[in-house]
Write a protein that binds this ligand. Structure first.
Ligand code: NAP
Length: 252
C-alpha cells in the first residue's frame, strides 16, 4: 500500500502533541482525520498549504462509541480505509493547577479519566481493526506517558493508572493484531510544553526541566517524530514496544 493512499485518525489532533502528530503525518503524505473535543482548536487549525483537502477535523468524544463510528465513517468516505490510528486524546484534571489527592478523588472524575484515556483508545483500536485487517496493513500508536513508568508526580492517580494501563493494552493488542499485519506500539513522552503541561505552575515545569539530561523540556514535534516513524513502513518489525521520548529523564 502506497503511503500516499493512507488515511490516519488522530484523536486530540487539533492542538498540542496531537496537532504536531497531525502535521507530521500530513508531511509524510498521509491523509488525516482529526477527532477532537476542542471546538476552538478545530476552528483555529490551519492546514499546511500543501495539505489542502487532505485533513478533515471532526468534533468527537473518544469515550463515546457512537462518535467513533461517525469519525470512521467520515474518514472512509473522505479518504478510504483507516490504516493508521493514533490514540492521543487524554485528560488530566487538576484543581488550581494541582492534582487531586487520591483520597479525595471523586468517583465521577476517576471514571471520566478512565473513559477518555483508556476506554477511548480501546474503542478506537477495536473499531479500526476490521479495516486494517482487510488492508493487511495497519499501525496503531498509543500515546502513554512517562507517568506510566515512574508513577504520576504532577498528574493524579487516574492519569497515572490509565497511562500504565495503555502499555498493557498496547502489548496485548500487538500480540492479537500482529498476525494481521498490524503493529501496535506506545510512546511515553516526558514533559512536553503544551496546554496540558501549562496547566501547572511554571516553577513545576522548570523543576522538571532541571532533571532532563538534554537540558530542555520537550516539544510536541519531539513526540510527533517518534509517532511518524512508528506509523511508517520502516517500523514494521517494531511491535508491542514502548518508546520513551523524554530527553533521558527516565531510564529503566
Ligand atoms: P492537550 O494540550 O490537553 O491536548 C489534548 C487534546 O485532546 C485537546 O484538544 C483536548 O480537547 C482533546 N481531548 C480531550 N478529551 C477528549 C475526548 N474525550 N475526545 C476527543 N478529544 C479530546 O494535551 P497534550 O499535552 O498535547 O497531550 C497529548 C497526549 O500526550 C495525551 O495523551 C497526554 O496524556 C500525553 N502526554 C503529554 C505530556 C505533556 O507533558 N504534555 C507528557 C506525557 C504524555 P479539550 O481541550 O476539549 O480537552
Amino acid at each position: 500500500m502506497s503511503a500516499a493512499r493512507r488515511c490516519a485518525v488522530v484523536t486530540g489532533g487539533a492542538r498540542g502533541i496531537g496537532e504536531a502528530i497531525t502535521r507530521n503525518l500530513l508531511a509524510r503524505g498521509t491523509d488525516v482525520v482529526v477527532a477532537d473535543l476542542d471546538e476552538a482548536a478545530i476552528a483555529d487549525f490551519r492546514p499546511p498549504a500543501d495539505a489542502a483537502g487532505r485533513v478533515t477535523l471532526v468534533t468527537a468524544d473518544v469515550a463515546e462509541e457512537g462518535d467513533w463510528h461517525r469519525v470512521l465513517d467520515v474518514a472512509r468516505s473522505a479518504y478510504g480505509p483507516v490504516t493508521v490510528l493514533v490514540n492521543n486524546a487524554a485528560i488530566s484534571p487538576k484543581r488550581d493547577g494541582q492534582r487531586t489527592p487520591s483520597s479525595e478523588m471523586p468517583l465521577d472524575e476517576w471514571n471520566r479519566v478512565l473513559a477518555v484515556n483508556l476506554t477511548g483508545a480501546f474503542l478506537g483500536a477495536k473499531l479500526v481493526h476490521p479495516g486494517m485487517k482487510a488492508a493487511g496493513w495497519g499501525r496503531i500508536v498509543n500515546i502513554s506517558s512517562q507517568a506510566a513508568r515512574t508513577g504520576a508526580r504532577v498528574a493524579g492517580v487516574h492519569y497515572g493508572a490509565t497511562k500504565a494501563a495503555l502499555l498493557g493494552l498496547t502489548r496485548t493488542l500487538a500480540f492479537e493484531y500482529g498476525p494481521d499485519g498490524i503493529t501496535v506500539n506506545a510512546v511515553t513522552p516526558g514533559r512536553i510544553m503544551t496546554p496540558m503541561a501549562a496547566a501547572v505552575a511554571d516553577e513545576v515545569n522548570q523543576a522538571m526541566r532541571a532533571g532532563i539530561p538534554v537540558g530542555r523540556l520537550g516539544t510536541p514535534e519531539d513526540t510527533a517524530a517518534v509517532v511518524g516513524f512508528l506509523a511508517s513502513d520502516e517500523a514494521g518489525f517494531v511491535n508491542g514496544a514502548t518508546v520513551d521520548a523524554n530527553g533521558g529523564s527516565w531510564m529503566g
